[in-house]
Design a protein around this ligand. Sequence first.
Ligand code: SER
Length: 319
Amino acid sequence: MKNILVIGSTGQIGSELTMKLRREIPQSTVVAGYIPGAEPKGELLESGPSAIADVRDSAGLAEIVSRYKIDTIYNLAALLSAVAERKPLLAWDIQMNGLLNILEIAREKGVAVFTPSSIGSFGPETPHEGTPQDTIQRPRSMYGVTKVATELLSDYYFHKYGVDTRSVRFPGLISYTTLPGGGTTDYAVEVYYSAVKGEEFTCPIASGTYMDMMYMPDALHAAIMLMEADPSRLKHRNSFNIASMSFEPEQIFAKIREYIPSLQVRYEVDPVRQAIATSWPDSMDDSCAREEWDWKPTYDMDSMTVDMIKNLRLKLGVK
Ligand code: SER
């Protein structure tokens, strides 16, 4: 029996993670936490309980945790990197004050907490190729600052209070279900929509810019696998590098053209996103995750592209 709260259940990761948890842990109650204006709909609404869960409302969160006897929180509330640059104070409020509220409740009520970190937790001085698990983390974006602080605060609560905090550094996540909003890696999702719709794609990231990316099923699997892992094997907690593929724009365009040769692309580089992208790793070393909890991705660029195109055609009603 598990009682899980997913905070941010209608977002890019949460919408799929909530459904996967409900499907794969049948004895569990999985509460879909949301904020007003981003209410769950359809299957997400109908397949289990939902509740307003604003990370900035500590009393409200504590009430949900008590009402549903929550033992695990997946905390997915965050502004992505480009939006966080436009709204740094809001990003701090959600990502830091919100996290502190969650960790305090977790400490009082014995709840395990997963809060993702990101490739965004690295910065220009980080070794860019084969980025090690333990290395320099001096990001220049507000998103990155909050992600490094998330790692530190989560580890602090583990070491000081024994709160079971665990985390992965997600690469750019690619999926056909819910669009990301305002991230630096979003181009790698959006180009699939343009390709399937037969529209020209305008790329905000310069050719030659490598970033780690991952197909959503692998990312969801990683989060659940880590939270289920044997704690005695974990030498790290917050946060693990995980990796499956790394590419630059021309490589993903070439891969899509193997299936949709008509894809047209032009570049209109966004300086804010480009500066962020340039400061991030080109490819991460995920050997600690492989050793400590048997992490292994399933999808590569080719199998992801086949699956994305098939499912987007169905979703958008395009032949
Ligand atoms: N996908 C995120 C972003 O681009 C990085 O974790 O902001």
